[in-house]
Design a protein around this ligand. Structure first.
Ligand code: GUN
Length: 297
């Protein structure tokens, strides 16, 4: 067997095209363009790359955006005061604080300061809680992007055994909630594995759907995977590569070459899940502008 490739770039472009059209309609009705306020604390190079991709996507779909860069010495009190200002500003629809934050700042504390109605990352406890209760909410962009890929390719999820590797707040945990609970694409029997899991293969070998968000290059090998499984690789790891101009290449958490021969569907890295994250952020920002999730605000 050789797996079909899940083309995240293509599905992300389709998603962005829908958002672009909706933004035009929204503006044609006399509304201003949606506005996304991004906050970067410090100058982490990877965060700058991610913000660059988000800014470019905003321009592409007609969403306005600004990035405020704050010194990495900023106090929690000052940062929260900046965020409260954004909460009260009616010209701002979505607020995104790029993570990770410097170690003296608590990301929980900072995220909780964001008005949940502007939390387009879907990280606020109100949104995570509502996700777990199957209520309308902003959904974390990466797992929401994975669900969109299942939908686009009509990959069945209901009653399948889904295994998620990684239990982070951003990916693994909301992913497991969406897979197990969501109405249309969810209803899988779901297992979450993490660094304390004993004998990972015992779980992965039984997965009809395997979502890997461990941050470990090539963790998943062919012998750990069930014949015909759907493999979703959320990992983006830089590994040294002398043949590349940059001196590194991006690889996923899955050993693509060997696993592709056994799976039915697989996402590549790059070009799989990555582009979907940014596309879903565009969707969330439009939903925030239209007050679609929280209409009474
Ligand atoms: N850092 C890594 N991924 C993300 C994300 O999706 N949102 C934010 N705000 N920070 C991140």
């Amino acid at each position: 067997m050789s797996a079909e490739i899940i083309d995240g770039r293509k599905v992300a472009e389709l998603t962005r095209a829908r958002v672009r059209e909706d933004v035009q309609d929204w503006k044609a009705k006399g509304n201003r363009a949606p506005f996304l306020q991004v906050v970067l604390v410090g100058d982490d190079p990877a965060s700058k790359v991610y913000i660059g991709a988000k800014t470019k996507a905003c321009e592409d779909v007609g969403i306005e955006t600004a990035t405020e860069i704050l010194q990495d010495t900023i106090s929690a009190k000052e940062l929260k005061s900046v965020i409260r200002g954004y909460n009260e500003d009616n010209s701002i629809d979505g607020i995104l604080v790029q993570l990770p934050l410097p170690s003296h700042l608590s990301s929980h504390d900072v995220i909780e300061t964001i008005d949940h109605r502007k939390d387009v990352d879907g990280f606020h406890p109100m949104n995570v809680g509502r996700l777990a209760l199957c209520q309308p909410c902003f959904k974390s962009c990466t797992p929401a992007g994975v669900m969109e890929l299942f939908k686009h390719y009509s990959i069945p999820v209901k009653s399948k055994h889904a295994v998620v590797i990684g239990a982070s707040n951003i990916v693994g945990s909301p992913m497991s909630i969406m897979l197990s609970r969501e109405n249309y694409t969810g209803k899988a029997t779901t297992t979450i594995c993490h660094k304390y899991t004993k004998d990972l293969t015992r779980h992965t070998i039984n997965a009809d759907i395997l979502v890997v968000a461990a941050g470990q290059p090539h963790l998943i090998k062919a012998e750990m995977v069930k014949e015909g499984a759907v493999i979703i690789d959320v990992g983006i790891n830089r590994v040294a590569d002398e043949t590349s101009e940059k001196g590194y290449k991006l690889v996923g958490d899955v050993d693509f070459g060997s696993v592709q021969k056994k799976a039915s569907w697989i996402t590549p890295v790059p070009g799989g899940v990555g582009p979907m994250t940014v596309a879903m952020l565009m969707k969330n920002t439009l939903l925030a502008a239209k007050k679609s999730i929280y209409p009474d605000s």
